[in-house]
Design a binder for this molecule. Structure first.
Ligand SMILES: *[C@@H]1O[C@H](CO)[C@@H](O)[C@H](O)[C@H]1NC(C)=O
Ligand SMILES: *[C@@H]1O[C@H](CO)[C@@H](O)[C@H](O)[C@H]1NC(C)=O
Ligand SMILES: [Ca+2]
Ligand SMILES: [Ca+2]
Length: 211
């Protein structure tokens, strides 16, 4: 659980490593079905979104609905780190809480040539997605500020270690300096691009460019 949470904090990195190959641009068709009158903030990469969603094949058959399948709950995911299909990452930006969209997602941005489970290969899929709630993810500006204890707009190893310690405790795990230090080293190897010993706000924020 905790390792999951921490791995997730830094998972965008994996995304940039694994997702290196350039694909031809495929587009998601976005239709806004409902937009609330009031919109306090709009979704952006790194936010965590709570959504209800329905998925349809091109013939109109429903293949999944969060309203009726499983525990019938809306689901949380982080936008922009490929926790979900690329079509969602691309098509669910700039949404308000309470907004509902229909996304038409080509196979290249969904389950591709292989398909998955009941999704046949090369399927174009349609999703009706309603955003119930938007929260700041760990990659947000706010979380950077929270981690940057001395407000110098860069994260030292000590600050990252302190943050890990707090995260571990928040999830009910005892702090473990040895473990935190090796995680910090790992994080810096990947995130400190110019190797100056700090993660700048730019290095922290702009990890999703090639989506
Ligand atoms: C609709 O398409 C899906 C996926 O190709 C297929 O499994 C399903 O049987 C189709 N349904 C109808 C009514 O044609
Ligand atoms: C601390 O972490 C290290 C390395 O991950 C592990 O080998 C060790 O058992 C941990 N110590 C405690 C007290 O959990
Ligand atoms: Ca700092
Ligand atoms: Ca740096």
């Amino acid at each position: 659980m905790l390792l999951g949470a921490v791995a997730w904090l830094w998972s965008s990195l994996l995304v940039s490593v694994v997702g290196g190959g350039k694909l031809p641009e495929a587009e998601v068709k976005v239709e806004v079905l409902h937009k609330p009158f009031l919109c306090h903030r709009k979704s952006k990469y790194g936010d965590i979104l709570l959504v209800h969603h329905e998925g349809f094949f091109q013939n109109g058959t429903l293949f999944h609905s969060s309203h009726t399948d499983g525990d019938k709950q809306a689901v949380w995911f982080t936008l922009g780190i490929r926790e979900v299909i690329k079509g969602w990452d691309k098509g669910l930006q700039d949404m308000c809480s309470g907004e509902k969209r229909r996304l038409t997602v080509p196979p290249a941005l969904a389950y591709g040539k292989e398909g998955r489970g009941k999704i046949p290969p090369e399927s174009t899929l349609t999703f009706v997605i309603e955003v119930m709630e938007i929260r700041n993810g760990p990659r947000s500006h706010e979380s950077f500020q929270e981690m940057d204890l001395n407000d110098d707009w860069k994260l030292s190893k000590q600050e990252v270690k302190e943050y890990l310690r707090k995260e571990f405790q928040r999830h009910g795990y005892p702090p473990n300096d040895t473990h935190h230090e090796s995680m910090v080293e790992d994080i810096f190897t990947k995130e400190d691009e110019n190797q100056d010993g700090f993660i700048s706000s730019r290095e922290f924020t702009y990890k999703h460019d090639e989506l």
